[in-house]
Design a protein around this ligand. Structure first.
Ligand code: AKB
Length: 365
């Protein structure tokens, strides 16, 4: 099948491409970034911007895509810094893509929504069909994107489907999200032997290891339409507290020092999200089931990050580091302004210093 992937150079797109190729798809990638070195043969790379209507239309037309995996987005932390850029990328970009899909007869769009589409005050685990009143611009644009996609499904017959992702963990550098503190426990734990998380030790949000997330996208795309009674699905895997993740890392990286210094702005973002998602609708309608839990993910991810860093293990960051295998939990109040790490998806904000071994070329389209 001919497939178009927006945001192909991002955290999800980087790992989705090989999976789509392994399933025999003919893939066109669309991203602000230039084609990465070593692009597999047969893949078409279109450098473009989802906020430029003609570029989106050209990409959909020339790819002759039957299905679009729409990953391009500005995530929560960057979205709070540049909210109207987030609006343009996440919402206008989605509208251009939906309209191009309609114009050129694309059969299906797979949309990536998020736990951030829910707002505060909901009972955990949060159900599939509850009221969605997010308090971040990222969440607002994702709810609106869900609704716009459903409109195109009803009005024009587009096969619009999507998942609400938890915070995604992988060996690829994330771009401007707030769940990034989890990724950096692994990256900086290996590379520097230390990481100061910008949330409290008690913070708990839904998380998912990338292989589960990729399988969810492809399985949902392939699910028979007659089984689906919804268009948007919660999917879930694990909801560990921040200090439980740190302990899992520390168990495997002797001497690592993971501390907690809550940043009020980013803490407010994660505190507005659910702590756990109810994914029973996805399980019932298309057989969704996660495979990775915290322990298994930590074994796998640390091995990958170590291999990419070329280091067998990180040295402790300071003489005062915790005793072998133990975890340092040091909560402090902080007034540091929010900073979402590397800007994602078309954001023009300055790039933060790279912190992960597998680095994306540029922000996603
Ligand atoms: C973010 O932190 O903004 C994203 C998300 C939870 O959707 N990773």
């Amino acid at each position: 099948m001919k497939v178009l992937v927006t945001g192909a150079a991002g955290q999800v797109g980087t790992d989705l491409l090989p999976l789509l190729l392994s399933r025999g798809h003919e893939v066109t990638c669309f991203d602000l970034a230039k084609a990465p070195a070593g692009l597999p043969s047969g893949v078409t790379w279109v450098q473009g911007d989802v906020t430029v209507e003609e570029e989106v239309f050209d990409a959909v037309r020339t790819s002759r895509a039957e299905s679009i995996f729409h990953l391009a987005a500005i995530l929560s932390a960057t979205g709070e810094r540049i909210p109207f850029r987030a609006w343009r990328v996440n919402l206008e970009g989605t509208r251009y893509l939906l309209e191009a899909a309609r114009a050129f007869g694309t059969r299906q769009m797979i949309f990536t929504s998020t736990i951030a589409a829910f707002g505060p005050g909901l009972d955990n685990p949060v159900g599939n069909d509850v009221s969605m009143r997010p308090t971040t611009m990222y969440g607002v644009t994702k709810v609106a994107g869900e609704l716009l996609g459903e409109y195109y499904a009803t009005k024009f017959g587009l096969d619009f489907r999507g998942v609400r992702f938890p915070g995604l963990i992988s060996a690829v550098e994330p771009g401007g999200g707030t769940s990034d503190y989890v990724n950096y426990m692994y990256f900086d734990g290996v590379r520097k032997g230390a990481y100061e998380a910008f949330v409290t030790a008690q913070t708990r949000i839904p998380l998912m290891y990338m292989p589960d997330a990729l399988r969810a996208l492809v399985d949902l795309s392939e699910a028979p339409a007659k089984r689906l009674k919804h268009r948007m699905y919660n999917i879930a895997a694990m909801s560990p507290r921040a200090d439980e993740i740190a302990a899992a890392v520390a168990k495997r990286l002797p001497g690592v020092r993971i501390t907690f210094k809550s940043d009020p702005r980013r803490q407010a973002i994660v505190d507005s999200w659910p702590q756990a998602l109810d994914d029973s609708v996805a399980r019932a309608e298309w057989g969704w089931a996660h495979e990775w839990d915290l322990e298994r993910m930590t074994d796998d991810l640390l091995a990958k990050v170590k291999a990419m860093s070329g280091a067998p293990a990180a040295a402790p960051a300071a003489p005062a580091a915790a005793a072998s295998g133990s975890l340092v939990v040091r909560a402090k109040a902080a007034g540091k302004p929010a900073s979402g790490g590397k800007p994602a998806s078309g954001a023009k904000a300055p790039a933060a210093k790279p912190a992960a071994p597998r680095k994306q070329d540029r922000p996603r389209a």
